[in-house]
Design a protein around this ligand. Structure first.
Ligand code: FES
Length: 325
């Protein structure tokens, strides 16, 4: 069940993810992208490029090269990282499945294909001083491509029928069949090799960025969002209880993990001073004590009490505030 605590943990996870992925992207850009960009800007300033709204030339205020430019780049990258991390976190919540860094990498890859690769097939990254089609046309095509690719990939990955999967392929292909808006003449102040280097550098930098967002968000989601719990189960794994308590504790973990919607934390306890008919299991916040003599009882406690809030009364022997029952 999604609640305010889960939302808060999701936002914190996204903030950390955005911060780390944004800083990583900034570092990669400093090494890979910025040197190419600075060379292209030299050509741009030297060239007589028509000053229209459609060129990638600079007209407004921009930060000075050096620390000022790096700082603003980092702020922009972190903001972007937080936004994309929130998006991936929301998708993870909607899926309702356990997530970790490996599943996060897959979501990161999907984001990379959706937000970078697919739009770049029609509108590749361009160095400053390159003529382009009208900004509004490019923005419209970019938005359509991102939406189509996102829905198309979802259908390919999760649709259960061939028809829906085929529809996913159609959505993936559609923006490229109508083709991206292009300028009448594709002029560029920078040499073609520099433009090529810029594309390679941005392809790599964005791959690192998206995989970092996915992997980090998957891990933070596991640590923070999935661990947000509303029940706490303590189980005795002490030496004086009868039964194989450690095995029962592991079974409890497997049963909880098999129900990803459960927000239950489990913890070992060394002794509850009962020491018979174990393993002893206590569920909070209700404060209900169970004698969990075999796996069928454990299964009922998980499916009836933890999952559906119905106590398994015939195995309850003690209750918080009441005493022995
Ligand atoms: S050892 Fe389990 S209750 Fe004492």
């Amino acid at each position: 069940m999604f609640n305010l605590t889960t939302f808060r943990e999701l936002v914190i996870a996204a903030l950390w993810t955005g911060l780390l992925a944004g800083l990583l992207l900034t570092a990669v850009q400093q090494i890979q992208v910025i040197p190419t960009l600075l060379k292209a800007e030299v050509y741009e300033e030297a060239a007589v490029v028509p000053s229209t709204e459609n060129s990638h030339a600079h007209h407004d205020w921009q930060p000075e090269n050096g620390w000022e430019r790096t700082f603003f780049t980092a702020v922009a990258n972190i903001s972007l990282g937080v936004g994309f991390a929130l998006l991936i976190g929301a998708v993870m919540c909607l899926r309702g499945r356990p997530s970790h860094w490996r599943t996060g990498l897959l979501w990161g890859l999907a984001g990379y294909l959706t937000f970078f690769v697919a739009p770049s097939l029609g509108l590749p990254p361009e160095v400053p001083g390159t003529e382009a089609a009208k900004l509004a046309d490019r923005q419209s095509w970019w938005l359509i491509t991102v939406l189509d690719t996102g829905f198309g990939l979802s259908l390919l990955a999760f649709a259960k029928t061939r028809t829906n999967q085929f529809f996913g392929v159609v959505l993936l292909a559609a923006p490229h069949l109508i083709s991206a808006p292009q300028p009448e003449v594709h002029n560029s102040a920078a040499p073609a090799e520099l433009a090529q280097s810029f594309i390679i550098a941005t392809v790599f930098a964005n791959a690192v960025f998206w995989l970092a967002i996915g992997g980090l968000m998957g891990q933070f989601y596991k640590k923070r969002v999935m661990r947000t719990h509303n029940k706490h189960v303590l189980m005795c794994t002490g030496p004086r209880c009868s039964g194989n308590n450690e095995a029962a504790f592991q079974q409890l973990g497997q049963k909880i993990d098999a129900r990803p919607q459960l927000k239950v934390k489990r913890t070992r306890s060394n002794c509850f001073a009962v020491c018979k008919n174990g393993p002893i299991l206590v569920v909070y916040p209700e404060g209900v004590w169970y004698s969990c003599t075999d796996e069928s009882v454990l299964e009922r406690i998980v499916s009836e009490h933890l999952e559906n809030d119905v106590e398994v009364s015939e195995h309850v022997f003690h209750r918080l505030g009441t005493g022995d029952v």
